[in-house]
Design a protein around this ligand. Structure first.
Ligand code: ATP
Length: 270
């Protein structure tokens, strides 16, 4: 009898092992507080509006409710696209998963430290590309030896030196596309548990985009989870197997890429 009872349990355990959750977003609300936003200029109408609308709160603080009750679970090996119109909360959600933005309510659980790779990731403009590779690697927790081993690979991947020795020049001399390529190359040199990419693919040229997409596929195979925020439906199609669609901060749809993109394209008329 004991054996018969154990059978379904073993089956269930195997299934659970096959799908390891890496990020759990549970009924998350994110609110920005904008200070000094409600002051208006001193005419009679705004003064009256202030008096009428004041309900005990600080009138100088405006609240922007950017993410509203979003819930989903991401699993190891998945690449999840996050889509939605401008201002729908995609970057906000990503920054919160990365631990850079507190939630107002709800919870985010992550397995390991997620890394956010955005077009605005901080590199030092006055330092050379080479020094930024070193600093970026150290900031991601790589040892100096590891960085030295991967240095050439990072530079080659970025293509920065394709048109001359640019890696030894300060980053302020790079075009925005070149800088974005270097950022992506540094971040992609490490295997991440959870890699969050914000529009990075949109900045490089077509050849670099293809290379980035291939690297994202590799990162997925190496058992990480990848999130990609993008307005490029083709980049999402090429890289992601699942898509989360946000609109006005709410989760509108979550499912297989083709299903969600077809609905999204019908909605946007693209
Ligand atoms: N620092 C901030 N302070 C206040 N409000 C903000 C801030 N950043 C974003 N918001 C607001 O939060 C909402 C969601 O913005 P978010 O940048 O997450 O959208 P998005 O979907 O990434 O947009 P896009 O596609 O244009 O990049 C918007 O209403 C925006 O105005």
């Amino acid at each position: 009898m004991a054996v018969a009872e154990q059978q379904p349990l073993a089956e269930g355990t195997r299934t659970a092992q096959a799908r390891v959750p890496t990020v759990i977003v549970d009924d998350v609300h994110i609110v920005y507080k904008v200070y000094g936003a409600g002051t208006g200029k001193g005419n009679a109408a705004t003064a009256l509006a202030r008096l009428v609308l004041r309900r005990g709160g600080n009138p100088n603080v405006r609240r922007v409710h950017a993410v509203r009750g979003v819930t989903f679970t991401a699993y190891r090996g998945e690449a999840i696209g996050i889509i939605g119109s401008n201002g729908s909360g995609k970057s906000t959600l990503l920054r919160s998963i990365a631990g850079l933005l507190p939630v107002e309510s709800g919870r985010i659980y992550t397995d390991g430290q997620p890394s956010l790779l955005g077009v605005n990731a901080a590199l030092m403009n006055d330092l050379t590309g080479a020094t930024n590779v070193l600093l970026g690697g150290l900031a991601m927790g790589m040892s100096q030896e590891e960085i030295q081993q991967r240095y050439q690979g990072i530079v080659d991947f970025s293509g920065i030196n394709d048109k001359g020795d640019f890696i030894s020049l300060p980053m302020r001399t790079y075009s925005s596309g070149m800088a974005a390529r270097l950022r992506f190359s540094i971040a992609a040199a490490k295997n991440h548990d959870v890699l969050l990419i914000d529009e990075a693919l949109a900045t490089g040229d077509r050849q670099f985009q293809k290379r980035s997409e291939a690297r994202i596929r590799e990162l997925r195979k190496e058992a990480g989870t990848v999130f990609l925020v993008s307005h490029s439906n083709s980049a999402i199609r090429d890289t992601c197997d699942r898509v989360v669609w946000l609109e006005k901060g709410e989760l509108l749809m979550d499912g297989p890429t083709e299903e969600v993109l077809t609905a999204y394209e019908a909605h946007t008329g693209k």
